[in-house]
Design a protein around this ligand. Structure first.
Ligand SMILES: O=P(O)(O)OP(=O)(O)OP(=O)(O)OC[C@H]1O[C@@H](n2cnc3c(O)ncnc32)[C@H](O)[C@@H]1O
Ligand SMILES: [Mg+2]
Length: 200
């Protein structure tokens, strides 16, 4: 029987982006919704702290190894905001749409240079709740915040994240292309390499 791990996220977009690659191992990586893991308060001040908090919580509740993602958008004009607060930029239970609208309103009249931004992603793997040596991987993706929304793919801020090399927003990229370029794709690639070594 395949071993099971838990993917410690409540975000369906992340589950989509991470499941396929992670499940190419001899391990089944299942989203935390299948184990009734509740969302946990993200009380850290860094992506890495929050990723550990989420992975540890899921490992504790399920008794299984856990992988978590903490990610967000840093905008130059906003001195790196919304950062770790990206999911809650427009309030605790804000929708993607509300967060995007708040971001565009804060950048009204601001030129391209100051609209530069980057997505950050930190992935954490814990073998168990009290694992003292988590595996930690990071990825960064540069872009520019557009003035209006374009594209239907992805989630979060993808419709306003302009990727210069592709001359499109992240929401106009295919799933495959986003995975090749994105912060999460980069972090995941590194994690998979390290896991392969660890699993032999
Ligand atoms: O905490 P979990 O349950 O994993 O789900 P979440 O959506 O709350 O995730 P985070 O706390 O890590 O917040 C990350 C936010 O940053 C944004 N974000 C992260 N990666 C993104 C991506 O690939 N495309 C667009 N927006 C992204 C998006 O708004 C996310 O909600
Ligand atoms: Mg969150």
């Amino acid at each position: 029987m395949k071993k099971k791990w838990v993917l410690a996220t409540g975000n369906k977009g992340k589950v989509q982006e991470m499941s396929e690659l992670l499940n190419s191992f001899s391990i089944e990586v299942l989203p935390q919704s299948q184990f009734e893991v509740s969302d946990v308060a993200e009380t850290g001040t860094t992506f890495v702290e929050n990723a550990i908090i989420k992975a540890r919580h899921a490992a504790k509740v399920t008794g299984l190894p856990a992988i978590a993602d903490d990610s967000g958008l840093e905008v130059d004009f906003l001195n790196g905001q919304p950062g770790i607060r990206s999911a809650r930029f427009a309030g605790e239970n804000a929708t993607d749409q509300e967060n995007i609208e708040l971001l565009l309103s804060k950048l009204e009249g601001i030129g391209t240079e100051q609209r530069r931004a980057r997505f950050q992603c930190v992935l954490v793997y814990l073998r168990h709740e009290l694992d003292p040596t988590p595996i930690i991987c990071q990825g960064t993706w540069q872009g520019i915040i557009t003035e209006s929304q374009q594209g239907e793919n992805g989630f979060g801020y993808d419709p306003v994240f302009w990727v210069e090399s592709e001359q499109s927003t992240s929401a106009q990229l295919s799933k495959q292309r986003k995975a090749e370029l994105s912060h999460r794709g980069q972090a995941l690639g590194k994690l998979v390499e390290l896991l392969k070594k660890q699993l032999g």
